[in-house]
Design a protein around this ligand. Sequence first.
Ligand code: PMP
Length: 341
Amino acid sequence: MTAQPLPPPADTTLELIGRTPMVELKGFDTGPCRLFVKLESANPGGSIKDRIARSMIEAAEKDGSLKPGGTIVEATAGNTGLGLAQVGILKGYKLLLVVPDKMAREKIQHLRAMGVDVRITRSDVGKGHPEYYQDMAAAIAAKLNNAVYINQFSNPANPLAHETTTGPEILEQMEGNVDAVVVGVGSGGTLTGLGRFFRKASPKTRMVLADPVGSILAPLIERGEEVTPGSWVVEGIGEDFIPDNCDLDLVAKAYEITDAESIAAARMLLTKAGILGGSSSGTLLAAALRYCREQTEPKRVVTLVCDTGSRYLSKVYNDSWVAEQGLVDRELHGDLRDLIA
Ligand code: PMP
């Protein structure tokens, strides 16, 4: 193998966002398929959200809603916040984040260490409630001077970042040949951006949704069923509403994945491939493995490691926490056994 020339030093970490590596998963039971993972955890802020942080901030600068020294307000599971902090500190913006209280403490510590004003709110209330994280962020931004609610759920610069960067990178890395991409939905940016890109650039590529049990999305897609939202421990994906940025028509197939299966898959990714991913990466991997095994023809399937698992050492990778959550009962062992090739 010829060594590729290394790029010269970057001016700032902003230039290091994107162009993330991809690796094939070997030794997993993928049926007739080959499965590849794109390591979004390799972004400087540690997640796929660096890409949208940069594009949403730059769009707000361009349209004049964000002025020098201004405050960016957002509702986030943590990763968008970390991405916004990553980009914001380099561009001189203040950041105020409203975060639901179920999120891992590593993310909160990381955000506070970056000087972010973090407001924790309830994760047991829905849209329309004043303590719902998105309603709270919008209300705070409306009261502050020189502040913008960046709103990843409706901001078109979110899917655009994936349409213009993540999608083309995947197609290039897969040498133009990709049959399916397995994604989760938090804001819908990844799904919609990648779906739009592949519809034009590679129409054969199917978008597959990995959704936690309790989310409303997969039952709607698979059975047209409108379920009452439940709760799940996986962070960053699964929805109790359909965000503006989420175009479900792009989804060819959806899987409902239990927390136990997500955690088992995340841990398997670490023990078999040496990749430390977050909880949502476990959900995506579990769905990708199911999809691969259901195929009768060889397919080339891609999924994402959305963020680094170092953010979840106290949860996903902590045996006592997993046991406390009741995620290791017999049934789950069944899932686990099923997952391990
Ligand atoms: N994985 C993780 C860890 C996330 O934080 C998010 C976003 N909240 C996603 C996946 C989902 O991505 P999107 O917002 O583009 O739907």
